[in-house]
Ligand binder design. Structure first.
Ligand SMILES: Cc1cc2nc3c(=O)[nH]c(=O)nc-3n(C[C@H](O)[C@H](O)[C@H](O)COP(=O)(O)OP(=O)(O)OC[C@H]3O[C@@H](n4cnc5c(N)ncnc54)[C@H](O)[C@@H]3O)c2cc1C
Length: 640
């Protein structure tokens, strides 16, 4: 492909963040140069061949509702779909799929190459080119020190642009560790990216070091699956995307398997501790606490006699199995010996060793809510470089950085999602205000309004924005409008209409639910635990009712009506909390507010408020280290 020397936007890295960033920007009319060290690694799944899961599935649904592509890629390549947590409340139902990782990458390459306005450049970005005099300030009133002009690459190319988005993942100055061996590289078989960190340090950025790890991959033919527990996917798999597919699921669906470690496994793993790069201090970077390595698990939870190991095919017909739950950087011989003590793995051979990788990240007090850096106008960072972990977290940031860089170039205002609107809003708000110093992963517990931010209503919350940005087409918005109307009419109908004992008692009796003695509002009946909306929709007495006939056909709309009726009390309470939240968001703090003039502020609060420069009292309240008394002092001072 012939590349030009000038683009509106240069995206560095074509992982999960880079794909969404380039896609969204290109679809918003920007010319995009997508720089990647290796074209064949576009969309590669570094670790688990799976998309979604608790809270992460919510992110994927939101990305899709805004016009991003991760949901579609997962749908096209999914080989096992499962809705997690269905035995619990709907706020935490989370879609997950196992994907064929090779297909995922191929589909990503197909999407990128088929997208107008994106040119792929196989090269390593080494340096940023900036202008010294940068007029203006960012959305928080921080004066830029520089503005971005372009990049220089390893092969000596200079590429000019108005904006750069860095999505370098685990690759900046990356070192991989297994036992005593440590070699440069961001992923097994891939080199690390050098130059960029040093350049950013030179511009005045602070950097830190994080680590993550991955388990061994196993040869399928060396596993005895007959002694493991089969883990089936859902019988009626649901796609991530809101698109209306005809042939879903697209791939053959497969099983996964569950087995466990035991005392013998742990004993063997312990023999490797003295060569462990983690325990001997050779790894300095902080790792994800919630996703510990197997050596971490057996040393932190030494009373646990066994740990779960999920055996997950990496591809539909390939030879390798992902050993989920056995992330390790112990010596390879210890990895294999320990694995062979696990039921089903007695004769197992490792196709690839487990390892840990340490890499540079840029602490997030250096960016604002648009993911633009405070120092360099037009420079954005997204994904693992911002200290997050996970494909979905990366994709969400990639999408938001692509949108915001395009908006800035067009001269439009920023696009920022509130915590009350989206998990994506929670993610970015947490990054900016809490500045995590360990890998940040999304959990449903991070969201205070999680009954509102459900995976099933991502379209109703966010698709209007995707449409306004030009990322959602007319057909999708037409479907959304029809669905929203159906939900409103349905809620109205069930709240206002009653049903007689004669028409309902048959079904109540069959469900062991107390029978009616007089007419009852339908919504009160649907609220009963033992009754589902479907029970009502299927009543013969409604066979001629057009609204009910439409709801029988539209399962999405019916599902949301049922949740909104059954959980009305909780939803109303969260709506009230959101009103309170919005009031605090609406109290703006002037950009040039002089915090140092308030004598009663704690030292920590003063330092954080000056560093983050919150836009509103609401944002100030969420900054870690800022106490309620500090907020009162700021409000009193603002009132004069
Ligand atoms: C060994 C390992 C284990 C992991 N384990 C987990 C886990 O257990 N749980 C979890 O949630 N996540 C894990 N991850 C992280 C997961 O892979 C990332 O969160 C996710 O891929 C981040 O997406 P990204 O787009 O930010 O970066 P990546 O997917 O890493 O993509 C970055 C891309 O940028 C390219 N690149 C980097 N620098 C340059 C440059 N200067 N010039 C050109 N191209 C460049 C790289 O070649 C790469 O293609 C692991 C990653 C690794 C490597």
């Amino acid at each position: 492909m012939k590349n030009s020397d000038s683009y509106d936007i240069v995206v560095i890295g074509a992982g999960h963040a880079g794909i969404e960033a380039s896609f969204s920007a290109a679809r918003m009319g920007m010319s995009v140069g997508l720089v990647t060290m290796d074209v064949s690694s576009i969309g590669r799944m570094s670790c688990n061949p799976a998309i979604g899961g608790t809270a992460k599935g919510h992110l994927v649904r939101e990305i899709d509702a805004l016009g991003g592509v991760m949901g579609q890629l997962a749908d096209k390549t999914g080989i096992q779909f499962k809705m997690l947590n269905t035995s619990k409340g709907p706020a935490i139902w989370s879609p997950r799929c196992q994907s064929d990782k090779d297909l995922y990458s191929l589909e990503a390459i197909k999407l990128i190459t088929g997208q107008e306005n994106i040119e792929i450049i196989q090269d390593m970005a080494k340096e940023l080119i900036v202008n010294d005099n940068a007029p203006g300030s960012d959305i928080n009133g921080n004066n830029y020190r520089y503005s971005v002009k372009g990049i220089k690459t390893e092969t000596g190319r200079q590429i000019n642009c108005s904006s750069v988005i860095i999505t370098s993942g685990t690759f900046l100055n990356a070192v991989m560790h297994t036992g005593k061996s440590n070699i440069e590289g961001g992923r097994l078989g891939e080199k690390s990216a050098t130059g960029l960190s040093q350049c950013m340090l030179g511009l005045g950025f602070e950097t830190g070091r994080l680590k993550t790890g991955t388990p061994p991959r196993l040869f399928k033919e060396t596993i005895d699956f007959s002694v493991t527990e089969i883990q089936k996917g859902d019988d009626d798999p649901k796609p991530f995307s809101h698109k209306k597919y005809i042939d879903f699921p697209f791939q053959r669906q497969i099983d996964c398997f569950l087995t466990h470690t035991n005392e013998k496994t742990h004993e063997i793993l312990r023999t490797g501790f003295e060569d462990s790069p983690m325990f001997t201090g050779r790894i300095k970077g902080i790792g994800p606490r919630y996703c510990p390595s197997i050596e971490d698990k057996i040393s932190r939870f030494s009373d646990k006699p066994r740990h779960q190991i999920f055996l997950e095919p990496e591809t539909l017909d390939g030879e390798t199995i992902y050993m989920n739950g056995f992330s390790t950087s112990l010596p390879v011989d210890v990895q294999e010996k320990a694995a062979r003590t696990i039921p089903g793995l007695e004769n197992v051979k490792l196709a690839k060793q487990g390892y840990a990788v340490e890499y540079d990240f840029f602490p997030t007090h250096q960016i604002n809510l648009t993911l633009e850096t405070k120092l360099v106008s037009g420079l954005y960072t997204a994904g693992q470089i911002n200290g997050t972990s996970g494909y979905e977290e990366a994709a969400a940031q990639g999408l938001m950085s692509g949108i915001n860089s395009a908006l800035k170039i067009k001269g439009s205002g920023p696009f920022i999602l509130k915590r009350s609107e989206a998990y994506i809003g929670v993610l970015i708000d947490d990054l900016i205000n809490k500045c995590p110093d360990e890998p940040y992963r999304m959990f449903t517990s991070c969201a205070e309004y999680r009954l509102i931010l459900r995976q099933d209503n991502a379209d109703r919350r966010l698709m209007k924005y995707g449409y306004e940005l030009g990322l959602i087409d007319n057909e999708m918005i037409k479907y959304l409008t029809e669905k929203t109307t159906l939900i409103t009419e349905g809620l109205n109908f069930f709240n206002k209409n009653t049903i007689s004992p004669k028409n309902l008692n048959g079904i109540l009796k069959s469900k062991n639910s107390s029978e009616l003695t007089q007419n009852e509002f339908l919504s009160n009946v649907i609220k009963r635990n033992e009754i589902s909306l479907r029970d009502i929709l299927e009543l013969e007495s409604y066979d001629e009712n057009e609204l009910i006939k439409n709801l029988r056909k539209n399962k999405d709309a019916a599902g949301q009506i049922e949740i909104e009726i059954k959980y009305k009390g909780y939803i109303d309470r969260q709506d009230e909390q959101i009103n309170y939240f919005m009031k605090n968001e609406a109290i703006r703090i002037p950009e040039d507010f002089k915090y140092e003039k308030i004598k009663s502020l704690s030292t920590e609060a003063l330092e954080k408020l000056k560093k983050i420069k919150p836009n509103s009292i609401g944002q100030a309240m969420r900054i870690s280290g800022v106490r309620p008394s500090d907020i009162s002092a700021v409000m009193i001072y603002m009132r004069g």
